[in-house]
Design a protein around this ligand. Sequence first.
Ligand SMILES: NC(=O)c1ccc[n+]([C@@H]2O[C@H](COP(=O)([O-])OP(=O)(O)OC[C@H]3O[C@@H](n4cnc5c(N)ncnc54)[C@H](O)[C@@H]3O)[C@@H](O)[C@H]2O)c1
Length: 263
Amino acid sequence: MRFRDRVALVTGGGSGIGAATALRLASEGARVGVADIRVETAWQVASAIGSAAYALECDVADEGSTASAVAELMDRFGRLDVAHSNAACLEPEVYGRDGDLLDLDVEVWDRTMAVNLRGAMLVVKHTVPHMIEGGAIVVTSSVSGLVGDTDHAAYGTSKSALNGFIRYVATMYGSRGIRCNAVAPGLVMTDTARAVMSPTMLAEKAAERVLPWAASPEDVASVVAFLASDEARCITGQTIAVDGGTTAHRPEHALRSWKDAAS
Ligand SMILES: NC(=O)c1ccc[n+]([C@@H]2O[C@H](COP(=O)([O-])OP(=O)(O)OC[C@H]3O[C@@H](n4cnc5c(N)ncnc54)[C@H](O)[C@@H]3O)[C@@H](O)[C@H]2O)c1
């Protein structure tokens, strides 16, 4: 019960990694604000948790919406200790059109940055003032922020910026007992990952891992919970890859996996 008497906010909590984190934190004693732009999915997660959870309608790209969601959470639960800034713009009309830069619609770039990067900044801006007894912020980054690729430059750049952003937050508020870290998942088999990636992309990403098993949303949630807990009290400003070794090896490993699969 590492989160007994603590209150957490999880953005993008209506599905996938955010939902798994909300459930995990609640299972360890936290009261949880499940925030999502799709409030009906946030309610489904909050209902599964019970009276320790409350759904919040929130577009993290919008300052008023984020501020209202945090205010509603404070009204409901009276304190705030943990923020998991996890929402990202993964809609097919944005993420699905984040291809070659030479053809890129600037609106794809702007919406990606607004949700993924500005959203994290707004979560920090509106939660830190309530972290009176210290606190822990965990941002969901991605391996796409650690390496380059031939597509998804807007998404990858937003995640790369988050890896720098968390160091600034850690430095600015460390003296107040507030820690800020990131998790950088590799491929996680969420419904969204299955919907936005082709079978070839999924197979390529699986071949990039060194471990034989795929990460589940719960695997990421357990690392988020660790970073948010007092067990990580001396860790701040760090990005922890939860990627089955995807970023641990030379590219030849993935090429060999492909060759083995073909023969
Ligand atoms: N699934 C993967 O393979 C993978 C890999 C690396 C990183 N990630 C990151 O993990 C996080 C969660 O991804 P997921 O796979 O669980 O996807 P998901 O689609 O299941 O969850 C994302 C949630 O964010 C919500 N959301 C979208 N825009 C929002 C906004 N403007 N304001 C508030 N909520 C909003 C969605 O409604 C959704 O519930 C994202 O930050 C994603 O970039 C995922």
